[in-house]
Design a protein around this ligand. Structure first.
Ligand code: SF4
Ligand code: SF4
Length: 170
């Protein structure tokens, strides 16, 4: 991000920056073939991880935890760990970024329907709580890690590539 002048620092600035860049450059970004290829790979890798979360029963454990124990692990302040480029990637994937928090004690991106991001970063993807650790077999968690590893690898590639493209645009 240091490549862009006026580097956004707060989460509000990062969201504003990503929305501005998206509206200014989305046509140019989405006409780049390599970008489209990596974006589609990322979309597929995310879908694969999500399918596995459903299949392994982890999604259900989290849904029950959320509803019955009020225990979402999406704590306040996690949104600050997101880079402007990952937010831009989310816009390119069709995500809607909230500007105001739904709940002061939670991450800004948490909505009543769950996380508003499509591409999530390492801090969110790698998190596994005690409850999951104790109720899901290690081999299932290992398979999940593999799928999430692919997702993070594609996200990293796309992040780097977009930053390179933006150096020419801005
Ligand atoms: S990861 Fe753990 S704490 Fe978070 S929602 Fe799922 S079960 Fe609950
Ligand atoms: S999964 Fe989404 S809502 Fe939860 S902490 Fe991460 S970005 Fe925030």
């Amino acid at each position: 991000m240091s490549v862009h002048h006026g580097t956004p620092i707060t989460i509000g600035e990062k969201i504003k920056w990503s929305k501005h860049i998206y509206s200014e450059f989305k046509t140019r970004l989405l006409s780049d073939r390599r970008l489209i290829t990596i974006l589609n790979d990322l979309r597929e890798a995310i879908a694969e991880s999500r399918r596995y979360l459903e299949l392994s029963g982890i999604s259900r454990i989290c849904a029950v935890c959320d509803k019955e124990e009020g225990g979402s692990c999406c704590g306040k302040g996690i949104e600050k760990r997101y880079s402007p480029t990952v937010l831009l990637i989310n816009l390119l994937l069709g995500a809607h970024l909230p500007e105001k928090s739904n709940n002061k004690n939670s991450c800004l991106f948490l909505t009543p329907r769950g996380c508003s991001l499509i591409a999530r970063d390492t801090i969110c993807i790698n998190y596994i709580c005690k409850k999951i650790e104790q109720s899901v077999p290690p081999e299932t968690l290992y398979k999940l890690r593999e799928k999430e590893g692919t997702e993070l690898e594609k996200l990293f590639l796309l992040n780097e590539y977009i930053n390179t493209l933006l150096m020419d645009f801005i």
